[in-house]
Design a protein around this ligand. Structure first.
Ligand code: NAP
Length: 245
């Protein structure tokens, strides 16, 4: 059977790296996108290859459509096909909206929302041509309910959910599913600004009584990438331990 392939953006660490590991273990050839953390992306690729998996590292700033085009061309050159796109790359910005400058806002939107648009738009012609493909976007529970001091982040992640649902309607007739994973609080570097007390309070608020792991999110992505999810599109899956229900 032909090996399926996946491109995961922002896979140098955190949720993206866990997703690359999980998909590789499930038999996918994985393209690990990174922007600034080249050393970590290359180390991950080495680790996956040493375990017998197929992996390549591809640099691109997802906020730059030309770099995204080159990245996708590069992946298609290497893998000849792309079955799964995981739009995971993201940044946070914590603070009062009143303290945010227009430049801060634009930079956040450029990565979190424009980046998803560029990646989807760039892989779509290939997937439409093949009449198959799965696009999985990574939003956040804050895109569902809104977080104080993360208004712009919440807006960008709500935008990702809207884009996912609309694109699912557009691409369904072409045999392509588009779904979203909206994680709760996950233990990654993105949350390193949270104190031990903050994390403990969040843990206690969570019905499953723990903070999420990057691997929890990777399992949701793996499911949406699988044939078992062939009839699921436009949906939001929430690995959040029940923090918002
Ligand atoms: P993380 O540990 O901070 O990792 C972020 C990743 O995004 C890194 O690999 C980084 O790559 C990449 N990235 C950032 N800007 C990029 C750009 N312009 N182009 C390409 N890659 C870029 O964060 P994480 O927690 O794993 O978050 C991954 C995704 O999950 C994000 O979309 C985040 O919003 C979402 N999420 C996280 C949580 C959470 O609690 N952690 C909850 C809900 C949703 P480089 O270092 O190479 O630049």
């Amino acid at each position: 059977m032909e090996q399926k392939t996946a491109l995961i953006t922002g896979a140098s660490r955190g949720i993206g790296a866990a997703t690359a590991r999980r998909l590789a273990r499930a038999g996918y050839a994985v393209a690990v996108n990174y922007c600034r953390s080249g050393d970590r992306a290359l180390a991950l690729v080495e680790e996956l290859r040493a375990a017998g998996h197929t992996a390549v590292a591809v640099r691109a700033d997802v906020a730059d459509p030309e770099q995204v085009q080159k990245m996708v061309d590069n992946v298609l050159d290497k893998f000849c096909q792309l079955d799964i796109l995981v739009c995971n790359a993201g940044r946070s910005w914590v603070g009062l909206l009143g303290d945010m400058t227009p430049a801060d806002w634009r930079q956040l939107m450029a990565v979190n929302l424009d980046g998803v648009f560029y990646c989807c738009k760039t892989v779509m012609p290939h997937m439409i041509h093949r009449k198959t493909g799965k696009i999985i976007t990574i939003s956040s529970m804050w895109g569902q309910v809104g977080a104080s001091c993360e208004a712009a982040y919440s807006a960008s992640k709500a935008g990702v959910i809207g884009l996912t649902k609309a694109l699912a309607k557009e691409l369904g007739p072409s045999g392509i599913t588009v779904n979203c994973v909206a994680p709760g609080v996950i233990d990654t570097e993105m949350n390193q600004n949270l104190t031990a007390e903050d994390l403990e309070a969040l843990r206690q608020e969570t019905p499953m009584e723990r903070i999420g792991r990057a691997e929890d999110v990777a399992e949701s992505v793996l499911f949406l990438a699988s044939e078992g999810a062939d009839f699921i599109t436009g949906q939001v899956i929430c690995p959040n331990g029940g923090l918002i229900i």
